[in-house]
Design a protein around this ligand. Structure first.
Ligand SMILES: *Cc1c(COP(=O)(O)O)cnc(C)c1O
Length: 369
């Protein structure tokens, strides 16, 4: 882009925390703003490269340069994470086989189920803890969908061998990198064709915007997806892109603090008698806790916190919790008593005091109705 200083071209020399702050900035010329402004435009004066607001927007471009530089590819932004997911699931031909972890993001599993119900694809839901079954399932697939860690089971997939097996079969590989973020894992470096994000979560990070993104190094795929976005109109608004980019600037510090908080809470939770099991992959700030006493006890915990917000979603600066099985569509293999914690950036002692008093309530309330 002529009006940008091309920071993304030097991004590979810089560390990710620097790229998050610097990529996608306007050129450093006198009186240029430091930040890309929100460009509110439905159309442009004729004769240029963009022409119309559905085909491009400078605020999207700034966001796309920044996230693209972080993931190491070219980025397209979408109206939501699921808008990005649907456009990727649509890459495969009619009747094709799509492999999806059974504990993928629930909306992704539901989209695949909906496509299957309409005869559009054959869905193969996989237990990713069975590595052999996962590799075998790739053999006749057209698309292999990977998410690691999975949500909310927090299972980890060894991505490289699965990507290799999928490519052997000629399948596209998509990695949903929403949980890990490019600061923890860069799937394109591991061979994935496409990375998808719910930018709603860690990328934007303040629970105030819905947005999605796709990143790829494959120019052909990029062109196909760009043409589809032009046609489908599933792009974000410019203010959403501006908010997501503003959030992305602080991703490294937010994730550092949230991760440190999560590690401390995991250690304390493991010693609490009302906690049956703590699941934590060892990085990031999502923790799953199986509360002793199942559904009733877990609901009591989510109703008893004052600081932690009982709400769905994750990745914001504020700590959130929810019992996932309260959603009827959540996988039946997720324990009824599993509470997902999205650890925020508050003081860890305040977070623990609040969580502990909620869990203490379970102990004295053990008698179920
Ligand atoms: C939230 C989420 C999505 C969907 O994103 P939206 O922005 O809510 O549409 C997809 N994948 C994962 C892992 C998510 O957490």
């Amino acid at each position: 882009m002529a009006d940008h200083d091309g920071t993304h071209e030097h991004a590979s020399d810089l560390k990710p925390a620097t790229v998050a702050v610097t990529a996608g900035r306007p050129a450093k010329d006198p009186d240029q703003p430091l930040n890309a402004p929100v460009t509110l435009a439905s159309t442009y004066v004729a004769g240029g490269d963009v022409e119309y607001g559905r085909y491009g927007n400078p605020t999207w471009t700034a966001f796309e340069e920044a996230l693209g530089a972080l993931e190491g590819g070219r980025c397209l932004s979408y109206a939501s994470g699921l808008a990005a997911v649907s456009t990727l699931l649509d890459l495969v031909g009619n009747g094709a086989t799509v492999v999806v972890p059974r504990h993928s993001y629930n909306g992704t599993v539901m989209q695949v189920a909906d496509l299957e119900a309409r005869g559009r694809v054959t869905a193969r839901l996989i237990d990713v803890t069975d590595a052999d079954a996962l590799l075998k399932s790739c053999e006749d697939a057209a698309l292999v969908w990977l998410e690691s860690p999975t949500n909310p089971a927090l299972e980890i997939i060894d991505l490289e061998p699965v990507i290799a097996a999928a490519h052997e079969a000629g399948a596209y590989v998509v990695v949903d990198n929403t949980f890990a973020t490019p600061l923890v894992q860069r799937p394109l470096d591991l061979g994935a064709d496409l990375v998808v994000h719910s930018a709603t979560k860690y990328i934007a990070g303040h629970s105030d915007v819905l947005m999605g993104a796709v990143v790829t190094r494959d120019e052909e795929l990029y062109d196909v997806l760009k043409k589809r976005r032009d046609l489908l109109g599933n792009a974000p608004g410019p203010f959403e892109a501006w908010l997501a980019l503003r959030g992305l600037r602080t991703l490294a510090v937010r994730l550092d603090r949230a991760t440190a908080n999560a590690k401390e809470l995991v250690a304390r939770l493991e010693d609490h008698p009302a906690v049956e099991e703590v699941r934590y992959p060892g990085f990031g700030a999502i923790v799953a806790v199986v509360v002793a006493g199942g559904e009733f006890a877990a609901d009591l915990v989510t109703r008893s916190t004052r600081l932690w917000v009982h709400s769905t979603s994750l990745g914001g600066v504020e700590s959130q919790l929810e019992r996932r099985r309260r959603w009827r569509t959540e996988a039946a293999t997720i324990p009824e008593g599993l509470v997902r914690l999205s650890v925020g950036i508050e003081d860890v002692d305040d977070l623990w005091a609040d969580l502990r008093q909620a869990l203490d309530g379970v102990r004295s309330d053990r008698v179920e109705p």
